[in-house]
Design a protein around this ligand. Structure first.
Ligand code: COA
Length: 249
């Protein structure tokens, strides 16, 4: 099941299927997709934290038992569902922060990669072990891992299927920082982001996530922000030497 808790303007999504190390089956992944849709549209939520229940796993991947019975068409649909969830994290107009509290393998690593920021507990283990099952990452991991860590690291991890610890994940840029307890740090970061100007943050996210072909689009987005009250407020507050109050308009 997926638990949603609100902490002010921050929503915490917890994937809870602990008897399978929070591996995602159809029911859990569908529920995650549905909750992400709601949070993406909820203007009262300014940042989302994604984590796993318990102290062992973030998400140990897609459910291998379920996948072992799939034919090609069903597997395509399963890939599509994972893509929907990952794309929502990537495209929602607010930051998504992964609190990686244990195993983040396969689809778990892919969901973390779709988040804007990733924090890992010192005991976290990350990787894309699909190759060991005769498959490949199917929820965007090939592109996103290459984008986040570079092609050489993506090829190393995806070809070898090896699992790396938090220290190595930090070294290769797969996580932003190691922190214990990781949820506390992720929440602190999310609350800090929730205080920023929402329109500017959404524009920054969308610009950073665009392909290099979209270079130049930033001038357009930059200009459009000057129609908002928050931009005026941010610039004026600086000149008046006070803290800005952003309203999301
Ligand atoms: N799908 C389904 N069930 C999973 C799972 C997955 N991806 N990952 C773990 N589980 C289940 C195990 O089958 C086990 O269930 P059981 O108690 O009914 O046998 C339970 O979670 C605990 O896992 P277990 O393997 O006993 O724990 P461990 O601490 O010895 O090992 C892992 C942990 C993560 C190394 C190991 O579970 C693993 O390799 N999982 C698969 C990871 C993977 O390949 N993910 C990518 C899928 S595309």
């Amino acid at each position: 099941m997926i638990e949603v808790a609100r902490d002010g303007a921050v929503a915490v999504l917890t994937i809870d299927r602990q008897d399978a190390l929070n591996a995602l089956n159809v029911e859990t992944l569908t529920e995650l997709r549905d909750r992400l849709r709601e949070l993406a549209d909820d203007a009262g939520v300014r940042a989302v934290v994604l984590t796993g229940a318990g102290d062992k796993a973030f998400v140990a991947g897609a459910d291998i038992k379920y996948m072992s019975g799939l034919g090609p068409d069903e597997a395509r649909a399963w890939g599509g569902l994972g893509h929907e969830a990952a794309s929502l994290l990537e495209t929602m107009p607010k930051p998504a922060v992964a609190a990686i509290n244990g195993f983040a393998l396969g689809g778990g690593c892919e969901l973390a990669l779709a988040c804007d920021l990733r924090y890992a507990s010192s005991r976290a283990k990350l990787g894309q072990p699909e190759i060991n099952l005769g498959i490949v990452p199917g929820w965007g991991g090939t592109q996103r891992l290459a984008r986040v860590c570079g092609i050489a690291v993506a090829k190393d991890l995806i070809y070898s299927g090896r699992t790396i610890d938090a220290e190595e994940a930090l070294r290769v840029g797969l996580v932003n920082a190691i922190a214990d307890p990781v949820l506390e740090t992720a929440l602190e970061v999310a609350h800090g982001l929730a205080e920023k100007a929402p329109l500017a943050l959404a524009a920054a996210k969308s610009l950073i996530n665009r392909s290099p072909a979209a270079l130049g689009a930033d001038a357009e987005e930059f200009g459009a922000l000057f129609a908002s009250a928050d931009t005026k407020e941010g610039l004026t507050a600086f000149l008046e030497k006070r803290k800005p109050e952003f309203r999301g308009a």
